[in-house]
Design a protein around this ligand. Structure first.
Ligand code: ZN
Length: 102
């Protein structure tokens, strides 16, 4: 099956989060880049950007899911809070890093 890049995650935590999001909609995605063969617990926060790939016939559906995800992040920011992309905890605007998972 042909895969196409749908999103470039800033780090492997965000990539795994979006992969999990897509799986909830029965979309199987692949991650490329970073150093994903290493256990995620050992990765530094700022690993290389990670490409997320989905099957070409799922592109449209995946785009909708990811834009919903991005809109959620934005609207939470507008309320003064932001959602952590890896653990989904809400953080106050004044927090630079997630209080829950750092
Ligand atoms: Zn977090």
């Amino acid at each position: 099956m042909n895969y196409q890049i749908i999103y470039k995650a800033a780090n492997s935590y965000e990539a795994h989060f979006i992969k999990g999001l897509l799986e909830r909609y029965s979309i199987e995605s692949k991650l490329l880049g970073g150093n994903l063969s290493v256990g995620i617990g050992e990765l530094p926060i700022d690993v290389l950007q990670v490409d997320i790939l989905v099957p070409k016939n799922q592109i449209e559906k995946s785009r909708n899911i990811i834009s919903d995800y991005e809109n959620n992040l934005l609207s939470n920011k507008n309320k003064g809070n932001w959602a952590c992309p890896s653990c989904k905890e809400m953080n106050p605007l004044s927090f630079e890093i997630c209080w829950n998972c750092k």
